[in-house]
Design a protein around this ligand. Sequence first.
Ligand code: FES
Length: 183
Amino acid sequence: MDKTTAIDVQHKVRQIIAGLKHKPGALMPILHAIKDELGYIPDSTVPTIAEGLQITRAEVHGVISFYHDFRATAPGKHVVHICRAEACQARGCRTLEHHAQQTLGVDYHQTTPDGDITLEAAYCLGNCATGPSVRVGDDIYGRVTPARFDALIDQLQTVPLFIRTASAGVDRGADREEGSAHG
Ligand code: FES
């Protein structure tokens, strides 16, 4: 994070704290507001939050690490949630999550080294009848087999490549050839 961005982040966080700190149980609304604004809760903001609420940094850290909803590092370009709740378990989500972790080389709450994909667990995506369910951004997919999961990931990684080469004026045939190497 460069200096200007870091200052902006602190400024935004102070504004959020000032607006919410008088609410009962203000820590959770503040953490949610920061997450909504930045996508995560940077470590650098913990002292600011602690000072604003007159609590210890350890208390703030404790809450951030307890709730899966909060993360201390920036998420990848795409966040992929796999549902682990009961109905999806009955439909094979354990096999799917094992496959996803092996394929991406990451555990839940981690991001692939290229910064492309963050893998997260979800506990019911409201799509129980057609599990195993996966959410990619705002889109929910049902009946996700390991093969379909691979196709979804390929699509996430291939589409930006296609747009980049097409906008650079590269021959479309070459784009297709390059894209198919990922599929
Ligand atoms: S249990 Fe997975 S979508 Fe409801």
